[in-house]
Design a protein around this ligand. Structure first.
Ligand SMILES: Cc1ncc(COP(=O)(O)O)c(C=O)c1O
Length: 429
């Protein structure tokens, strides 16, 4: 089939998901075949899309930038290894994510460790693993970090996470750089924390970190944050001595079928000259931008019903598989895997979980579909599988990675035995 026989899949944000004769493909694999092979709900990822996004960020920011993929977006071991092979390191927020990295055989020396409430064991494990930078978020971390650093072969490098009180224009639950958010150290308190770091002989302050939130579409908040950090640094020469890195966080937004994604080139164009003027090397922590559009969640229509006021389409994927619509009122485009002719109608797409908040879409115009048809929820590669749970004793979905015409299972669907394995059943004899 020639490229001319392909048509785009609007809302997917990538040519990796497209149609051939009306059918949805991931690269060269029909999504229908994957659903038949692995069942639904099913996450399908395009390796080519991930590669393209890494290349786009690298092209915009240049070879000098440290790309540190936010593991929380999707920590699948195969994806982590792929990202590493394409030149990414990692941004971790828990000891569990560090263990994940180690399980994938990837070096902590190319990972930064943020985390708003680090437990002592997490700090010790990360120091022992030789983490690249600690993004310190609270003064109480310092004595713990200094104690762990005492046993380390070299001083531990610290980037102080600042809360610049910048409105990122994103959903309240994914805003992290405003005064009312729990993240980072307020600029008014940060001078004392810098002084405390400088007093610790085993800690070396080498950067500042901000992360304003997730799903940002505009460059301006990043620039505003930089200027606030720069003003903080310029207020005292001790704050700028030895600084080599500026971690601008992640948050690069994708389109989700509505408007434009963040213009990564424009972001680099605005920030790189400011950083170069100070000799600060950029650190980037995108998660969603690298993997969000690379994934879809495939689901089967179980049936329909109408209540008089609302038409429901019941599907086999639910909030436990993809939490974002329920948690953030997030809007994911939904498309049929095989198109049927006929007029569209407005429905609520809901899952089997016993919660009114269990929906994948509300009041959405969808082309005709029937029981047994497959639907694809687009833009589901980030914060999809990684936020999945077992609520209602549901098994988390399988995950498949496609490369050209090849699809490999990168996570099997959970078994019920796995679900109960850690429970201790104190049944009465
Ligand atoms: C510290 C930090 N860095 C990076 C990210 C990645 O965000 P995103 O996936 O929106 O790029 C997050 C997520 O909220 C984060 O907390």
């Amino acid at each position: 089939m020639s490229a001319a026989d392909r048509s785009p899949c609007p809302g997917s944000g990538t040519a990796a998901f497209h149609r051939r004769a009306g059918e949805l493909f991931c690269e060269d694999v029909p999504v229908r075949e994957l659903a038949a092979r692995y069942g639904t709900p099913l996450y399908v990822y395009s390796g080519a899309c991930v590669d393209q996004r890494v290349a786009a960020v690298r092209a915009a920011f240049g070879p000098d930038a440290l790309l540190r993929y936010a593991v929380k977006a999707n920590g699948n071991l195969t994806l982590l290894r792929r990202l590493f092979a394409r030149g990414a390191g990692f941004d971790l927020v828990s000891g569990g994510e560090l263990r994940r990295l180690q399980a994938a055989g990837l070096p902590a020396a190319q990972a930064v460790f943020a985390g708003v409430g680090k437990e002592p064991w997490e700090i010790e494990a990360a120091v022992a693993a030789g983490i690249q930078f600690f993004n310190v978020e609270s003064a109480h971390e310092l004595p713990l970090l200094a104690a762990a650093a005492a046993a380390a072969p070299r001083p531990v490098r610290v980037a102080l996470r600042l809360n610049p009180d910048v409105d990122a224009g994103t959903h309240a639950y994914i805003s992290t750089g405003k005064q009312e958010n729990k993240f980072g150290v307020a600029l008014s308190a940060a001078g004392a924390v810098v002084a405390a770091i400088l007093r610790e002989p085993r800690l070396s302050l080498c950067g500042y970190h901000v992360h304003l939130g997730s799903q940002l579409r505009a460059v301006a908040p990043y620039v505003e944050a930089f200027h606030k950090v720069a003003a903080f640094v310029d207020a005292d020469p001790a704050r700028g001595a030895g600084i080599t890195h500026y971690d601008l966080g992640g948050g690069f937004g994708i389109a989700y079928g509505d408007g434009a994604p963040l213009d990564v080139e424009a972001l680099a164009g605005a920030l790189l000259p400011l950083l170069a003027a100070r000799g600060w090397r950029p650190v980037l922590e995108p998660g969603r931008y690298l993997v969000g559009d690379a994934g879809i969640l495939v689901t089967t229509v179980l049936g329909e019903k109408a209540t008089g006021s609302t038409d429901f389409l019941l599907v086999d994927a639910a909030m436990n598989d993809l939490l974002r619509p329920a948690l953030y009122q997030a809007r994911h485009p939904i498309v049929p895997v095989a198109e049927r002719p006929g007029p569209s109608r407005t429905v609520d797409v809901v899952g089997p979980v016993c919660e009114t908040g269990d929906f994948l879409a509300r009041q959405r115009s969808l082309p005709p579909c029937r029981r047994g048809d497959l639907l694809a929820v687009l833009g589901a590669g980030a914060y999809g599988a990684s936020m999945a749970s077992n609520y209602n004793t549901r098994r988390r979905p399988a995950e498949v990675l496609v490369d050209g015409g090849t699809a490999v299972l990168v996570r099997a669907r959970e078994t019920f035995e796995q679900l109960f394995a850690s429970e201790i059943d104190l049944h009465e004899a």
